[in-house]
Design a binder for this molecule. Structure first.
Ligand SMILES: CC(=O)N[C@H]1[C@@H](OP(=O)(O)OP(=O)(O)OC[C@H]2O[C@@H](n3ccc(=O)[nH]c3=O)[C@H](O)[C@@H]2O)O[C@H](CO)[C@@H](O)[C@@H]1O
Ligand SMILES: C=C(OP(=O)(O)O)C(=O)O
Length: 430
């Protein structure tokens, strides 16, 4: 299992290219199941979640080709992926494949919409909460699907096809909105999705579906209207920049000090997080090329932040902000409202000397003057990178174990960080 070794104390200077968003690339790849034609996706990040999903789609009969992929390719540009679901050979997504990543459950929507049936393993739990799929299934049921849970599988069918309907989500769900959008695109009639998620990745999926011939209005707002069409065609689409990767590297610079251009970043996609960073003392400038982040000399100010659905402060940056606040000059409070158990990083940050007290869904972080490097364990994707942020300012060496979590969502993190001067290295195997 790979590990990452970080020796803290170096400021960061230069340029970090921002990759395509994992959380957009995954539903976009899944959307390829909606059409017999080819869907070409550019700016797809090189991540283990992307290759795992390619394997899952392959099992359904999708031909996936990755243009220009070579071993040892060090170019930090996204890959172009061609997906062709000419014929779907299997409508079952087995446990062995689906349990490795939650987003793969979303194949249920295009399989049902195009083939009239699907059998998809319930996704595995992960370390951030229970993550049920009841609202995703409710959306499909509203569209006319019959649903049965059998031996750990969701078995759905719609012999007479799906019918447009009103879908009212009692809470904002990104996955539920993706599923509703994909299924409604091929349903008969009009669907209105109320309390829809407004995340940029939803907008990216809707934009791509529109290129494929879908009729969608209101994406990016809480009410989305979809008028179903009988078939969708192929399209070419570039994956939106990763706002979570952007916010993460902005926090790396805020922690380590320095001056870095986050190339290709889209500031308007993470305004809430950038506002918090400015409050904490970072200097943020939007440029034609991306976002420039600077912090020179001054200490960090503490902040009080609550996670919220978009456009609020994202839960996927909560752990990173906590890593940053471990060295603020004062007491910060971070409240997690999306997932009930997204605090696995607290005990690992404590190994580096952080003072964090948890009370229900709120963490109180007393900033300390000094963190000290230590061996730590990555427990989930964003928790892993919060340890990297803390390690950038820790005295001595930190060894982050189990970095396969990190590889799910950060494209060559050690290459990007060492290119701007961090002392970071991947140790393979062992
Ligand atoms: C691949 C991907 O895009 N993952 C993102 C997606 O996850 P994901 O789509 O799984 O997250 P949701 O937005 O659905 O979850 C939001 C809340 O709704 C609850 N819920 C959800 C579905 C359901 O059927 N029932 C239910 O109760 C969840 O437990 C959670 O408390 O959005 C999350 C919230 O921004 C992000 O942290 C994840 O990175
Ligand atoms: C929680 C995340 O991903 P997933 O929903 O795939 O587990 C994430 O991207 O932070």
């Amino acid at each position: 299992m790979d590990r990452i070794r970080i020796t803290g104390g170096r400021p960061l200077h230069g340029t970090i290219p921002i990759s395509g968003a994992k959380n957009a690339a995954l539903p976009l790849m899944i959307a390829s199941l909606l059409t017999e034609d080819e869907l070409t996706l550019a700016n797809v990040p090189r991540l283990s979640d992307v290759s795992n999903l390619a394997r899952i789609l392959g099992n359904h009969g999708v031909d996936v080709t990755i243009a220009g992929k070579r071993n040892g390719d060090e170019v930090l540009t996204g890959q172009t992926v061609r997906l062709n679901a000419r014929s779907i050979v299997d409508t079952t997504a087995p446990y062995e494949l689906v349990s490795t990543m939650r987003a793969s459950f979303w194949v249920i929507a295009p399989l049902l919409a195009r083939m009239g049936r699907a059998k998809v393993s319930l996704p595995g739990g992960c370390a951030i909460g229970t993550r049920p799929v009841d609202l995703l299934l409710m959306a499909l049921e509203r569209l006319g699907a019959t649903i049965d849970i059998d031996a750990g599988y969701a078995v759905v069918s719609a012999d007479k096809g799906l019918k447009g309907a009103e879908i009212d989500f009692p809470k904002v769900t990104v996955g539920g909105t993706h599923v509703a959008l994909m299924a409604a695109s091929l349903a008969d009639g009009t669907t209105v999705i109320h309390n829809a998620a407004r995340e940029p990745e939803i907008v990216d999926l809707a934009d791509c579906l529109i290129k494929m011939g879908a009729r969608i209005k209101g994406h990016g707002t809480s009410t989305i209207e979809v008028t179903g069409v009988s078939r969708l065609r192929g399209a070419h689409h570039a994956v939106v920049a990763d706002r979570i990767e952007t916010g993460t590297y902005a926090m790396c610079v805020a922690m380590a000090g320095g001056d870095v251009l986050l190339e290709g970043a889209r500031p308007e996609l993470l305004q809430a997080a950038l506002d918090v960073l400015v409050e904490a003392g970072a200097e943020i400038t939007s440029t034609n090329e991306g976002i420039r982040v600077k912090r020179n000399g001054h200490g960090l100010s503490p902040v009080t932040v609550t996670t919220d659905p978009y456009p609020g402060f994202p839960t996927d940056l909560q752990a990173q902000l906590m890593g940053l606040m471990t060295r603020a000059k004062g007491t910060s409070r971070i409240t997690e409202t999306i997932f009930e158990n997204r605090f696995m990083h607290v005990q690992e940050l404590a190994r580096l000397g952080a003072h964090i007290h948890l009370d229900g869904q709120t963490a109180t972080i007393e900033g300390v003057d000094t963190l000290k490097g230590a061996p730590v364990m990555a427990t989930d994707l964003r928790a892993s990178v919060s340890l990297v942020i803390a390690a950038l300012a820790a005295q001595g060496e930190t060894m982050v174990n189990r970095v396969y979590h990190l590889d799910r969502g950060f494209e060559r993190l050690e290459t990007k960080l060492s290119a701007v001067g961090a002392d970071v290295e991947r140790i393979s195997g062992g």
